[in-house]
Design a protein around this ligand. Sequence first.
Ligand SMILES: [Ca+2]
Length: 704
Amino acid sequence: MGAKYESKTTKPSPQLLKPERSDSMKVGASQLRQRAMRFLLPLLLLISSGLAADRPNVVVILSDDFGWGSSGCYGADPALVQTPNIDRIAKEGRRFTDGNTTSSVCSPTRYAMLTGRYCWRTSLISEVLSTVAPLHIETTRLTIASMLKSQGYNCAAVGKWHLGYGTAERCDFTKELKPGPLEVGFDYHFGVPSNHGDITGSYVENHWVYGLNKDSPSSPSPPYVTMSEKKGKPAKMLELNAPKRIDDEVMATLTDKIVNWIGQQSAEKPFFVYFTPVGVHNPITPSKQTAGKSKGGPFCDFISDLDISVGRVLDALDKQGLAKNTLVLFSSDNGGVNKPENATLVQNEAQKAGLKPTGPFRGGKHDVWEGGFRVPYIVRWPGHVPAGTVCDETVSIVDTIASLAAITGYKLPKADVAAEDSHDVSKAWLGEKYEGPLRPDVIVHSADGNFAIRKGAWKWIEGVPADDVKPTAKKAHADQFKRQLYDLKYDIAEVTDVSAQNPDVVKDLEKLLIRYRDGGYSRELPPADAKPKPAFAELPPLKNAKPLDLKTFSGKGWAARDDAMFCKADAKGLPFSGPVKMQDGALEFQIRLGEADRHSLRIHTADNAHSFRVVLSHAFMEIAKNPDKSEAADKTVPLGKTRVKFKASDWQTMRLTFHGDELTVEFAGTTTKAKHAVLAETKAQLNFIAFEGEIGIKQCVLAR
Ligand SMILES: [Ca+2]
């Protein structure tokens, strides 16, 4: 049997070696010509697409928190807001009424914009990246920048970045910020690291904090006064010995940089601009030029600053004579802030004056409602995009890469390799005829990690928060955490849940959402039996393991249920302790963290001389030596820390392996190592401590 199989694979049969078409000798002259053209045509197309004049420059302007209804061309009251430059793009281009972001907050949409992949497929399953987060885009991943760079484009990312720098768990802004935008395809970067008003207070240029004194990078650190500090809520700023941002000049500074960069471009080489102004994200900081001008207050003034920036970019293109061959896409990373109940928000003054920042839609930034995702979306490319037109096609920010690939003649890799969720909507941009819809459906994702899927007029909300969402957020957004169906054709404001009347629609949409989620892509329909990839491999079985009977342990509030011990604790914590005797060896148990804040396993050494702890929270695994009895409480010695990502509602295995003065903790596909003399001592007591919520422990074993 083996030999028969081998002969086929190692030595192809004569039949297999033949040309694919065995009738190639019999074709007529006309067929030969046809065949020649089949080979030549792509070649000719390739040559022609190699000419810079055929491929447009691309300018993406991605504003921040700029809702659907906040500009003139989307119906904002001209008595409050005037946006002549944004309106100019609409007048000279095509305005979309159903432009969507992928997330109702910043970082995830920005990831999706640049990569064509929904960000919830990454480790970021709720909220946004912290200011000190590492670079979130994989450097091997195709981005708009790397795609266009491979076609000879110059690429610049100027403005708010909010996708992290470096690889360290906590980015050190006094060091080289690498990898960053330059490692994902850009040639130039000048940015605000995460948000307007962030704790860096500085700009970044390419790989360094702009103007950083490298001889003395952290001190003396000039002060940076944020708007929130002015309101008496000081933030802990990073100490960076570098020029500080001036809040009401940030928009102008970023615009200066991009206008200057465009000024260096020419018709010889195409370019890609990813310009991401901080307007109109909080803090609301109108410039001296606009402050006090609008009847709608500072928020409307700040919208004018955004519009002025847009105008300066358009002017720069005109000045260089490049406007004609430049495709401009203007949009926003999420919907507008719409929280009339929050009295401290400047946006409310504008709303009271009559501005509808999210147009006719329910909710806004952070939410799963349409107001969180619907944004202005306008495309201009003179002579290609029909001027002054309006299009109702459903398009998403995530479609940018596939659409630019189509326009520039770039063949995208397969859907499971890159641009996984990006549909080519260029026909809608260009006003060409097509059989609609260009994307069969669209998935949106709230700040709480709540999914919704839209198909046709239907929108179905799954109503489930991500595993790492805090209980307070779950409570605050309870109305979003239930399954609900809306018919947007008749109910654009999502008022009436019609799921009870349409059970089949609900069933189909739920199935479709799960299929896309588990399948790893949505550019095509994944196989129906696609299974989610396991987040991490299971640990190999522990050899010579003997059970440790947790029933011999004791602790107030802890009780046996099924085969496990459970405890519901408050902030003070509830311990569950018992004896153990081990030096080298392994300790393993199953833990269900649930919605509790954290679990701390405190291990005391013989005669209670010393203790150390292994702390598991929803984000981190940490090992530390506790202060000795004679020491002050702040004498904790941190020994190791690793970011963890796991499903807290499931049971997870935690394994501690002691070897000499080393401890290795394995949990949810991560390994945390620590080295300290205390770890080599005889371990005498285990103390499982639950904090703020219910924790379960079971199947505790020892291997000595
Ligand atoms: Ca935003």
